[in-house]
Design a protein around this ligand. Structure first.
Ligand SMILES: NC(=O)c1ccc[n+]([C@@H]2O[C@H](COP(=O)([O-])OP(=O)(O)OC[C@H]3O[C@@H](n4cnc5c(N)ncnc54)[C@H](O)[C@@H]3O)[C@@H](O)[C@H]2O)c1
Length: 424
């Protein structure tokens, strides 16, 4: 029966909050999905707005059953048994965590917090934030004692957007609480949603685990990007070297060169970690900070590769027709936040090139220069371009067919097997 488990309020109905809300509604909770963005709420009410791996039919089904109600009316979350906070936690201008959305959510939630309720944070946080700013904020706004009058914990979202094998339901879920009673309450809730939970002793350890997972990727992507640049200068086929290294069945994990890292998570995780270290009495995280610098420099290297490709073949960038294949921040997703491909396309357009862009997952993008036309990735479009740059390896691109039509192809992903990321 819908709602027989009790009432869940999910604060923030973006990528993460919607997933949790739909899953909770499916397993018998009565769910209010609260978001301050009324346009987003209207979109969800009409069954639209499920993104990147969450199927629309699941959203429609829980809307139709009445188990899920999107809302921007605060009073709709009244009497919740469990609240999940999934609002954005961006990086501030000085690299510090911007917790303004968390603070707003906590202020609002406190007004509706009843004795015995449970609050779980899914937003990415720096170590110490749940026990610190969240617990004290809820205590202030509710007048109740965290861990005694209500339970509080941290359970980071680990979703890998675009991953079809590991979904919310079958990815082990880290759970933690500010005390044992809170840990038990948080664990009990998530065991209704996912196959397996992983109990972690403290919320700071759970916050650190989440940041470590993402920073691991940031560092390894930077390593392989740096190796690819060095191999190019040495005239060595890095794609072949990577394929060889990946045959080692232990002690090595394959990462692939590209245009840098994008999305929200890797950037915020690495920034939060390095900010935390710099605000402690310990040493700074030199490897992490270097990795961020390497990855953020990659877009500039790729622009240079494209420029070299054009000029090395007797052309001029100004007026050249450049087709960009892929705008999303990684394959298989529509998200373009912090995507290097957008920076590369905009930079080339700013240099006077006629830039076209094709991405089967991206229909529109507000950060893309107005002068860049969105087109289909067809063999004819490739043949018409002076140079084609493959920036995201979406499955939908028939690379063999498209590459065969390009006059010049820049492939910083090394998927076509070129020796130096430059020109076929
Ligand atoms: N997207 C991912 O793949 C991913 C993965 C792991 C963790 N995270 C983390 O999860 C959190 C949420 O990320 P997301 O991708 O869902 O963000 P999102 O931008 O897709 O959605 C956030 C939603 O929260 C709403 N919101 C903002 N302030 C609010 C408030 N005070 N009350 C109610 N709603 C509010 C926004 O309107 C928006 O709809 C972030 O901390 C992010 O770092 C994201």
């Amino acid at each position: 029966m819908p709602g027989n488990r009790g009432k869940v309020a999910v604060i923030g109905q973006g990528h993460i909050g919607l997933r949790v809300a739909v899953r909770a509604a499916e397993v018998g909770w009565s769910v209010a999905g609260y978001d301050i963005d009324e346009t987003r709420v209207k979109e969800l009410m009409s069954g639209l707005g499920a993104r990147d791996g969450l199927e629309t039919k699941r959203l429609v089904s829980v809307l139709d059953s009445g188990a899920y109600t999107p809302t921007s009316a605060q009073e709709d979350i009244s009497y919740f048994d469990v609240a999940v906070i999934a609002v954005p936690t961006p990086v501030g201008v000085d690299g510090s965590p911007d917790l303004s959305h968390i603070v707003d959510a906590v202020d609002m939630l406190g007004k509706y917090l009843k004795i015995g309720a449970t609050v779980s944070i899914e937003s990415s946080l720096h170590p110490g934030a749940t026990e610190g700013v969240v617990a004290s904020g809820l205590a202030y706004s509710s007048g109740k004692e965290p861990g005694v009058d209500f339970y509080l914990g941290y359970s980071p979202e680990r979703v890998d957007t675009g991953n079809k094998q590991y979904l919310f339901e079958n990815t082990p879920k880290i759970v933690s609480g500010i005390n044992d009673a809170s840990l038990n309450a948080i664990d009990d809730f998530y065991l209704t949603l996912v196959e397996k939970t992983v109990r972690v002793a403290g919320t700071s350890e759970a916050e650190l685990a989440k940041l470590l997972e993402n920073t691991f990727r940031q560092v390894n992507v930077a390593l392989v990007n740096e190796i690819a640049l060095a191999a190019s200068s040495l005239g060595i086929d890095v794609g072949e070297a990577l394929r060889a290294a990946e045959t080692k069945p232990f002690g090595y994990m394959g990462f692939h060169p590209g245009t840098g890292t994008g999305g929200h998570c890797l950037l915020s995780a690495s920034s939060y970690l390095s900010w935390s270290a710099r605000n402690s009495s310990g040493p700074p995280l030199m490897v992490v900070e270097a990795a961020m610098r390497v990855n953020s420099s990659m877009a500039g290297h790729v622009v240079q590769q494209i420029v070299n490709c054009i000029t090395g073949n007797g052309g001029r960038v100004e007026g050249s027709k450049i087709l960009i294949l892929g705008l999303a921040y990684k394959p298989g997703v529509s998200e373009t936040a912090n995507s290097s491909a957008i920076d590369i396309a905009n930079t080339l357009a700013g240099m006077g090139a006629q830039v076209f862009a094709a991405d089967p997952h991206v229909q529109e993008c507000s950060t893309l220069s107005d002068s860049i036309a969105m087109v289909e990735a067809t063999p004819q479009r490739c043949a018409e371009a002076d140079v084609v740059a493959l920036l995201v390896n979406h499955r939908e691109f028939d690379i063999d067919q498209l590459a065969g039509k390009c006059r010049l192809l820049v492939d910083p992903l090394y998927v076509t097997g070129s020796r130096n990321a430059l020109c076929k």
